[in-house]
Design a protein around this ligand. Structure first.
Ligand SMILES: Cc1ncc(COP(=O)(O)O)c(C=O)c1O
Length: 406
């Protein structure tokens, strides 16, 4: 159990008390971006008001203090996510940045004809960088299909792997279907053909306790804003023995060892991948978000989110005329669906008028929508601060929306 009650947790998120269109806000767009507890905002403002200076460069006390706080944030992230060392944590602007970093760096290393394996359910962030890399550098993108329930076809996955596979890049949790993918099995199979593995952890990190060393992926990308931290933050985990042998993707200050007019040499991990002044306040804020999640506790987070998921499925089934998109055996706390005879955009707009924030559209997974032959879905994605009473409000709003549209 959490040391806090649900009411106390909700009180940490002042935005949950606001009104939208004159109605109490129900925020069910957590998969797009999670709300921030007061503790995270306070930590960032403390940094700016009392600790800020540029890091790593100064001999003066404030710079040392800012550097200590920034590097403590890195250690906190490494520790919380079970990395073997803080050198394995590269601060990024988010999952997209982490994946692009690997695509740019790996693109310089792999031979032409190398194969990159992804799945049909990837977010565009874990699809477009590989398309670009394959186009630029003569590699081959292989895409594993999904099934009607929104699960990876594991037989097809196994058949796609071969001696030319150099990287498997898969999401841990699908943002449009909610599917929790069998990443342990995917990593085991990929390792069987000697491939590297990148896991897109944008939608898993907010919901489950991770131990990256035990998981065994070579790379794992996370967005800070989805784990209750500030926007424009994130981290890329990379195994030291892999990432440490990869070339930098951006040049500039901080990442160099020695610069002459003719040539430069580069720092080791993590700095070789952090060119320029980093987002110190962001990293410190992200570490405090992790502190907050730990305080709430994953026992509470998982219990609350499972209850919300099951309740939403039950209520939507009772409502009738719902087509679920994504009915995997293992699911995270989101429901993606269509209301028969309506367009998701129209329903989403009518929900908004009633204070209910859900997302409509393709959720940056157009190939998933193509597979199901639909323009998009309504997606309600839950966080541990949501309640079943809020789902009741969504159901009342859905009923009104359907009546208005029919
Ligand atoms: C599965 C998945 N991957 C990647 C991303 C991209 O994350 P960001 O926009 O924070 O870089 C998202 C964002 O929604 C996502 O859901």
């Amino acid at each position: 159990m959490s040391v806090k009650t649900l009411a106390e947790i909700r009180a940490d998120f002042p935005i949950l008390e606001r009104k939208v269109h004159g109605q109490d806000l129900v925020y069910f767009d957590n998969a797009a971006s999670a709300q921030k507890p007061r503790q995270v905002v306070d930590r960032i403002s403390h940094y700016y008001l009392h600790q800020h200076a540029n890091v790593h460069r100064g001999v003066h006390a404030l710079s040392q203090e800012a550097t200590d706080a920034f590097e403590a944030a890195r250690r906190r992230i490494a520790d919380f996510f079970g990395a073997a060392s803080d050198r394995e944590i590269i601060f990024t602007t988010g999952t997209t940045n982490g994946i692009n970093l690997i695509a740019s760096s790996l693109g310089k290393m792999l031979e032409k004809g190398s194969e990159i394996v992804i799945t049909q359910m990837e977010h565009h962030s874990n699809m477009v960088p590989w398309q670009m890399m394959c186009e630029d550098r003569g590699m081959v993108l292989r895409v594993v299909p999904i099934d009607e329930r929104g699960q990876i076809n594991m037989e097809a996955f196994q058949n796609t792997l071969n001696s030319k596979t150099r990287l498997v890049a898969v999401n841990h949790v699908s943002n449009s279907l909610g599917t929790i993918n069998p990443v342990e099995e995917i990593i085991r199979l990929a390792k069987g053909v000697g491939s590297l593995v990148l896991i897109d952890g944008a939608q898993s990190a907010p919901h489950m306790k991770l131990n990256l060393k035990e998981l065994g992926a070579d790379f794992y990308a996370v967005s800070g804003h989805k784990i209750f931290g500030p926007t424009g933050t994130g981290f890329l985990y990379g195994k030291e023995e892999v990432l440490g042998n990869m070339p930098p993707y951006m040049g500039g200050g901080e990442m160099i060892d020695r610069v002459t007019i003719e040539k430069s040499t580069y720092q080791g991990l993590p700095f070789r991948f952090e060119a320029g002044t980093p987002n110190m306040a962001g990293a410190i804020g992200m570490a405090s978000a992790v502190d907050y999640m730990e305080e709430v506790g994953f026992d509470f987070i998982q219990k609350q989110e499972e209850e919300l998921l099951q309740y939403a499925i039950k209520e939507l089934n009772n409502f009738g005329g719902i087509r679920f998109i994504g009915e995997a055996e293992k699911r995270a706390s989101l429901v993606s669906f269509l209301v028969e005879g309506t367009h998701p955009y129209d329903v989403g707009s009518l929900l908004d008028q009633q204070g209910i924030a859900v997302r409509t559209g393709h959720h940056c997974t157009e190939p998933v929508m193509d597979f199901f032959g639909i323009p998009g879905t309504l997606r309600a994605s839950f966080a541990f601060y949501n309640t079943t009473e809020e789902i009741d409000r969504m159901m009342v709003a859905l009923d009104r929306a359907r009546k208005m549209l029919s």
